[in-house]
Design a protein around this ligand. Sequence first.
Ligand code: SF4
Length: 444
Amino acid sequence: MALTGMQIYKNLPKTNCKDCGLPTCMAFAMQVAAKQRSVTDCPHLSSEGNSALSEASAPPMKLVRIGAGDKIFELGQETVMFRHEEKFHRATGLGVVLPSSLSDADFASKIDKINKASFVRVGATLKVAFAAVELDGAADPAARAKTAAEKSSVPIILMGKNPDSMKKAADAIKAARPLIYYADKSNLDAFAAMAAEMKLPLAVHGENLEELETMSQQAKDKGVEDIILAFKGGKHADTIRNLTIARRAALKKQFRPFGFPSMMECEEQNPEMETIMGAVYAAKYCGIVLIRGMEPWELLPIMTTVQDVYTDPQVPNTVEVKLYEIGSPTENSPVLFTTNFSLTYFSVEGEVERSKVPAFICVVDTEGLGVLNAYAGDKISAEKVVKALAAQKVAERVKHRKLIIPGLLPIFRAEIEDTSEWKEVIIGPENAREIPAFLVKNWS
Ligand code: SF4
């Protein structure tokens, strides 16, 4: 939150000593408020004044980092309630819980599965963000934590209520900066002490918002710097309402106990419901969502929701207008065209890749609209396609003059053939998913 000159002035020595190069403390305060000077330019600022100004000027929601080295996940420092107000800054990380009941072999195998869970969608690679290791009930919690830290390609969340197990596990992998999940009123003193001592992030949980506020404040008072507000259990409607209240209090009222990112542990017995609620909590407003399922059908709906919700609305959803090479196309490879709307382009690109037929894709500028919308909005025409083919020098890349056009635009065929060198226009499929069969059948 930006401080006013008067708020800054109140914390200055008010001696007008001029050592900062300005005639008065008020002049200095005004320049700090205008971001022309830093408070550290005053050599006489007391430690109380310094911490008061640092605290007051801190962002309404803290940035929290989990992990270390090349395995770091950042969450928090969000600024708005609704994406259209600006944008959401840090996408939700999806974590998979590894139960303590797993055998060592199954535990290692699940970590391997987490590492390999990777999906390409709309040009982005979607992956699991956390391995969440259940400690209570494990024969050797420290060994479990070590195995996870060594074998996992993602940051670790240590899950447990028992302070002894947590301490052994956290101590064993503190260099990896795991998240300690979670402290409540039964173990806050012990968990906060170890988080503060090892400088680890700590999740705190309360049965209601009042208790959560107390847990957060007490953890901070005990020296924990990186806090995450943990939600779990209860009715979904109540939890969503509480998540919204906490975020609003942080962003709109600068209510410091809630000025941290939040997370949700989904505990649905029904796997379909777990996936549905995981997606809901990613949208409302959890920086981390924990689930137990790890099949692609369980992960992908949540990842897809995260990708959609956290897309930056300030960045046009388009790809560069140019000729794309899929595989290693030759002078005999097929040529297709599509629009520069990301979703359309990446759908076509993915299906061409799947066909294993190397090809050229000529992208036409439709101002970010898909095929039908572009046609309806007069953003694409046969003439525009012909111009794009010429501008991208496609004819120099192939010796044939066959052009595959989207099945939704058959009306373009005659005009392209009549007005360009592309004398054999082939009407392709209406849906991208039909491209592989189409190419294999028609381009051998
Ligand atoms: Fe005031 Fe500090 Fe500047 Fe002195 S150096 S005038 S105390 S702001």
